[in-house]
Design a protein around this ligand. Structure first.
Ligand code: DON
Length: 531
């Protein structure tokens, strides 16, 4: 089974599985195909996290998060008036050193079975032969038109005779095909050294960026232990730092576990209130404690302990919403130091792969590396550019997530696998920046607390609270009028969101019957294919 945001990508993954490739081979192929057919988020110029679980239970996370270039400085985005500029988001300075190629090829080398040549073939063919632009890409391009217009290398790919590509046009990407072919032939060196690296360095020079050949050469994906916890008897395996995703999901679920949400009812004002209050406190902890573990000591086991959740729960008033300005991070005591995409693959041997990767915003920093055909990320915006100043997702932070050379910015990406009695139950993850975490929490709770089927759990309307701003945001049709009124009476500030709150892709397992169910998010038009 393959579930991704794009039909061509799911087809490529399925084809690999049918040819006897593993879930890891398929995941790597899907990653490269999305870089061609879903340029909004699919990428080779960004980064992410891949969670792999083998049938025997061994699980690892490949961390291929971008790194701050060696010449980055803590206050590099603060102007002389003390304001944070938009250079965290648009243009060459916004880009972190890309991790995707190192990460996908590390996964393939250590855990896959096929050659780079074979898994990259569908991506190379699609970039050479082209694919038909759909409405989604047309709309995404339209929405980024003005930001992209300053970058001729980007406009030359996404326009014809000066007009943006439209639904029905064919997009061929010969430069990208050449870059992918270099990766096919030379592996990681086809990206981080030689011609591709030279093109990136030249692009940086042209556009006033700071990424160097040495930054590229030094980049390495890291194999990490996933974080593990439990929720009402189910085991949760998820992404570790430098993603906050796994920690936050576990912390929120640990607090929620103390409440009988099922008897309160799905989206009753009582259950929504308690879930929102749990979320509020965890995002306060995220802002204070979390960052790249190579640079900061994070009290991981204390934060995800049931004991600490109990302490945070005691602060929650079941009748009243807290005011975020008076909610602070907790005191975990321990013994130790806007555009993204998620996809899942599973093979016949039972290996499961759950991957989230991103350029951050739609089309990243909007810069295509001239002559190479791929977009760079704007992941530097995930750092805290200045303490207390929100980033594009409204997230604030301080020292733990301050910029430093070589550091990885804190992420919310949450590729997750849920197990029941050590057997696979659910693989899932989402896009949506800070909303990824709460989307994953709600899908898990929808299934475990409220007995929904996987597709229902993914599609059900969602809400979100992230401490600051102090707003309970909800999707259209999420709450009936009287629930909204009850929540307002408890003191919540509610706001209906313009668009979807994250987009999930999931695979569910009925281990007793041997069935596997694909559950793509209908918000995104995701596609599940199996055989
Ligand atoms: O790593 C992060 O948390 C963000 N860069 C993810 C951005 C994202 O999900 C945008 N998608 N809508």
């Amino acid at each position: 089974m393959v579930v991704s945001a794009d039909r061509l990508a799911s087809e490529a993954g399925l084809d690999i599985l049918k040819k006897g490739g593993s879930a890891v081979d398929a995941a790597v192929a899907v990653g490269f195909v999305l870089a061609v057919v879903f340029p909004e988020a699919g990428n080779i110029g960004g980064g992410g996290f891949m969670l792999i679980r083998k049938k025997g239970g061994e699980a690892v996370v490949i961390d291929f998060r971008e790194r701050a270039p060696g010449a980055s400085r803590r206050t590099m985005y603060v102007d002389s008036a003390g304001n944070v500029t938009d250079k965290t988001l648009i243009g060459h300075l916004a880009a972190g050193v890309p991790g995707t190629v190192a990460g996908l090829l590390k996964a393939l080398h250590d855990y896959g079975t096929m050659s780079a040549r074979d898994v990259l073939r569908p991506a190379v063919e699609l970039s050479k032969n082209g694919f038909v632009v759909d409405r989604r890409l047309e709309r995404s391009l339209e929405s980024c038109k003005s930001d992209m217009s300053g970058f001729p290398s980007t406009m030359s790919i996404f326009t014809r005779n000066g007009t943006l590509l439209k639904e029905g046009d064919t997009l061929r990407q010969p430069d990208l095909a050449a870059t992918l072919s270099r990766i096919q032939e030379k592996g990681v060196e086809g990206f981080y050294k030689g011609e591709t690296a030279r093109l990136i360095a030249e692009e940086m020079h042209r556009g006033g960026g700071i990424m160097t050949l040495k930054d590229l050469e030094d980049y390495q994906a890291i194999v990490r232990e996933p974080v593990r916890g439990s929720y009402r008897g189910y085991e949760i395996v998820s992404a570790p730092l430098p993603s906050s995703g796994g920690l936050c999901v576990l912390e929120i679920l640990n607090i929620m576990e103390g409440y009988d949400l099922a008897s309160m009812g799905w989206h009753s004002s009582g259950s929504v209130h308690l879930m929102a209050e749990s979320m509020r406190r965890v995002y306060a902890d995220r802002a204070e404690f979390m960052g790249d573990p190579r640079y900061v000591e994070v009290p991981v086991s204390a934060l995800i302990s049931k004991h600490y959740a109990g302490e945070r729960r005691r602060e929650i008033d079941p009748a009243r919403a807290a005011d975020s300005t008076s909610v602070r991070h907790g005191s975990p005591q321990g013994n130790e130091g806007r555009h993204t995409t998620h996809y899942c693959t599973v093979d016949a041997s039972g290996t499961i792969v759950s991957t989230t990767y991103t350029l951050n915003d739609l089309f990243g920093c909007k810069v295509v590396v001239g002559g190479s055909g791929f977009l760079l990320n704007d992941e530097m915006d995930d750092f805290s550019a200045k303490p207390g100043v929100p980033n594009a997702y409204g997230l604030i932070g301080g020292d733990a997530n301050a910029i430093a050379p070589g550091k990885r910015p804190l992420s919310s990406m949450t590729p997750t696998i849920v197990l029941k009695d050590s057997r696979p139950f659910l693989a899932l993850g989402a896009r949506g920046g800070s909303k990824i975490i709460t989307a994953v929490v709600q899908a898990i709770s929808n299934v475990i607390d409220f007995g929904m089927g996987p597709q229902e759990a993914v599609d059900a309307p969602r809400f979100h609270h992230q401490w600051m701003p102090d707003t309970l945001v909800y999707e259209k049709f999420c709450f009936p009028r009287d629930v909204i009124q009850n929540l307002e009476q408890k003191g919540h500030r509610l706001n209906e969101s313009d668009g979807p709150l994250g987009e999930l892709e999931a695979i569910a397992f009925d281990s007793s019957q041997g069935w596997i169910y694909g559950a793509p998010d209908s918000r995104e038009g995701g596609v599940a294919l199996g055989y």
